[in-house]
Design a protein around this ligand. Structure first.
Ligand code: 6GU
Length: 219
């Protein structure tokens, strides 16, 4: 899976991309590449945005700038970046990310277009296959949303999660049809009078499985 992120703030991804599950994915041959729209703007003074036609607050990321950045990375017409890829605009107007969408995107080559300001000129619709939101609220830019998409999608890739215990709980999540997992506890068994349920200390795995199923309404 090859991911290309377009953003005005590539540094925003530094911490996230250094995390172990992304490094594992890269070791397995997946790639994540960051492109700054500003590095490819055809406009003078490194301009990337402009005031909205019709007036109103804020600035809009220009479509000519988005096209130039796409064409710098994918030579040819920017509309063709969709050939063999999902080109995703992160926007609060998009389809809300859920487990099914994460699974659908996993393993496909992705382009994530982050907007800032009031977003990207609406003609970006000519370039994308998908418009994705991470929830019913407005963020000041697409970067946090792009990281949420990347995180949810990367977890779906086979063998990216290296800790086998995590894989077990992942499969539990799948069994739970996207619902919450059972509650987790670790040492100490008692802290300030707050006790871990006795059944989890019992060593009786039949009982433990029944208790966990009950917690998620499957008992
Ligand atoms: Cl994808 N972008 C922005 N700017 N705000 C959001 C969002 C995306 N998803 C929820 N709110």
């Amino acid at each position: 899976m090859n991911v290309d992120v377009f953003t005005l703030f590539p540094q925003a991804f530094d911490w996230y991309l250094s995390q172990v599950h992304i490094r594992n994915a890269v070791e397995l041959g997946h790639t994540v590449r960051l492109t700054n729209y500003r590095d490819h703007t055809p406009l003078s003074h490194l301009q990337v945005d402009d005031t909205p036609y019709g007036g109103g607050a804020g600035m809009v990321l220009r479509i000519d700038v988005v096209c130039a950045a796409l064409e710098a990375v994918f030579p040819g017409n920017a509309e063709r970046a969709r050939d063999g890829r999902r080109v995703v605009e992160l926007t609060p107007k998009g389809r809300q990310l859920d487990d099914a969408l994460a699974a659908e995107l996993a393993g496909q080559d992705l382009v994530l277009l982050c907007g800032r300001y009031e977003g990207i000129d609406e003609r970006v619709t000519h370039l994308v296959t998908d418009r994705v939101s991470i929830g019913p609220y407005v963020l000041s830019g697409g970067e946090v949303a792009a990281m949420a998409v990347l995180d949810a999608v990367t977890r779906k890739l086979p063998s990216v999660i290296s800790n086998p215990e995590s894989v077990v709980s992942e499969s539990h999540s799948a069994e739970l049809e996207g619902g919450a997992e059972y509650p987790h506890y670790t040492r100490p068994a008692e802290f300030r009078g707050w006790r871990v349920p006795d059944v989890l200390l019992s060593g009786n795995h039949g009982e433990i499985d029944r208790w966990r199923a009950l917690q998620v309404g499957k008992g």
